[in-house]
Design a protein around this ligand. Structure first.
Ligand SMILES: Nc1ncnc2c1ncn2[C@@H]1O[C@H](COP(=O)(O)OP(=O)(O)O)[C@@H](O)[C@H]1O
Ligand SMILES: [Mg+2]
Length: 361
């Protein structure tokens, strides 16, 4: 079998994706798989690197530079190169695609739709699950449908804001208490998100968020711990132990979260057993509500008196050495290599199931 590793991408999480891809390369069983790295540059160019038969030594090896003929760095400091391809050229037999891509055009159903058209097996959620998981408004509405507890929220779009700003501000202030969180519906990695304390800040924050998406959600701020749980499986889904973020401040922006690794994790979270179990149960419910598959990390707020609110579901969480998702599985007695293997098998199973469905037409 071959694995096509898609990483990089145009989102803010480009660098996180490269570190994740490098980390995944360490865990692949090379006696069973050949790995084809495809680096998507920040500009959106697809570069195909040389086939890997052993783990990458450095993550910089995966940050391919464009070349006519691919060469492969042997020593430290060498820059690996890749040949530009058009996306459709990744099509091939006996290949599983691992899209280690975050944010828009990676985790939102677009790349998944493209892989469906190519009829290739791929790791993770399908089009529906990815799109619903990424969209903070749609996912909240789906969570409401299955009675998952959430903080109160208000949502609207740019044209409603332009014509009825006063009404929307009134609605926010009438149903939510400051501080509020203003978020673009489709972004991730805290891009465009603000915490606001008053009306003036609210208006500024909406203007900022509208730069990233036409649809906006405003949430009631909550003073709570953040707990996360990892899910693995297709229709038969399993939950890991729960982890907790140890925060020094209540809102981490992209830089602090991913670049400075300012967030420490407590795994497993020191919370009562029944709270953990409830979180696991809610996570599985959320996964089913969005049509999750393969994997997800589900994030919760847990207050001092152990009230639980779902925050969001991430259908392609990070895979860096500091990432909660693989660490949670490690603490649940699933080694990194076995986790990657399981994800590949789930991709194959899902694809086979789909092929069988097609044949009944
Ligand atoms: N309603 C809220 N109350 C308190 N903190 C929040 C709230 N919403 C978001 N935050 C803080 O902002 C962070 C980023 O928000 P989140 O919705 O998870 O966006 P992203 O998709 O970018 O991860 C959260 O991890 C949390 O620290
Ligand atoms: Mg988040």
């Amino acid at each position: 079998m071959k694995i096509t590793l898609l990483y990089g991408g145009e989102s803010a999480e480009h660098d996180v994706s490269i570190i994740s891809a490098h980390n995944i390369c360490q865990a692949i069983k090379y006696d069973h798989y050949q790995v084809h790295p495809i680096y998507i540059t920040k500009e959106g160019t697809w570069l195909k690197g040389k086939e890997l038969r052993t783990p990458t030594a450095y993550e910089s090896q995966l940050k391919l530079a464009k070349a006519q003929i691919p060469t492969w760095g042997e020593s430290e400091g060498d820059i690996s190169t890749g040949v530009e391809i058009s996306p459709g050229e990744i099509a091939g037999e006996d290949t599983i695609v691992f899209p280690v891509l975050h944010g828009p055009n990676g985790e939102d159903g677009t790349i998944q739709g493209f892989l469906e058209v190519l009829n290739m097996p791929y790791v993770g959620a399908g089009v529906t699950g990815s799109a619903c998981g990424m969209d903070k408004i749609i996912s909240k509405q789906l969570f409401d449908q299955v009675d998952l507890p959430q903080v109160p929220y208000v949502f609207f779009d740019g044209s409603e804001w332009a014509s009825h700003q006063d009404v929307i501000v009134k609605k926010c202030e009438g149903s939510l208490l400051y501080p509020l969180f203003v978020k673009p519906a489709n972004m991730g990695s805290s891009v465009g998100i603000s915490k606001v304390e008053d009306q003036e800040e609210l208006i500024q924050a909406v203007t900022l968020a509208l730069r990233y998406d036409q649809r906006i959600v405003v949430e009631q701020g909550i003073n709570a711990d953040e707990c996360e749980v990892a899910l693995l499986g297709n229709s038969d889904v399993h939950a890991s132990v729960v982890g907790r973020l140890i925060k020094e401040q209540d809102f981490y922006d992209y830089e602090e979260k991913y670049i400075n690794n300012r967030v420490e994790m407590e795994i497993p979270a020191q919370i009562p057993e029944e709270v953990s179990e409830k979180i696991q149960e809610y996570a599985v419910k959320a996964y089913k509500a969005i049509d999750g598959r393969g994997l997800s990390r589900v994030d919760f707020f847990v207050t001092a008196n152990h009230d639980i609110y779902i925050n969001e579901i991430n259908t392609m969480p990070g895979f860096t050495p500091f990432s909660m998702y693989p660490l949670l599985w490690g603490a649940t007695d699933l080694e990194y290599e076995d986790l990657i293997e399981e994800l590949l098998q789930l991709a194959l199973n899902q694809h086979q199931l789909k092929q069988a469905l097609h044949q009944t037409h």
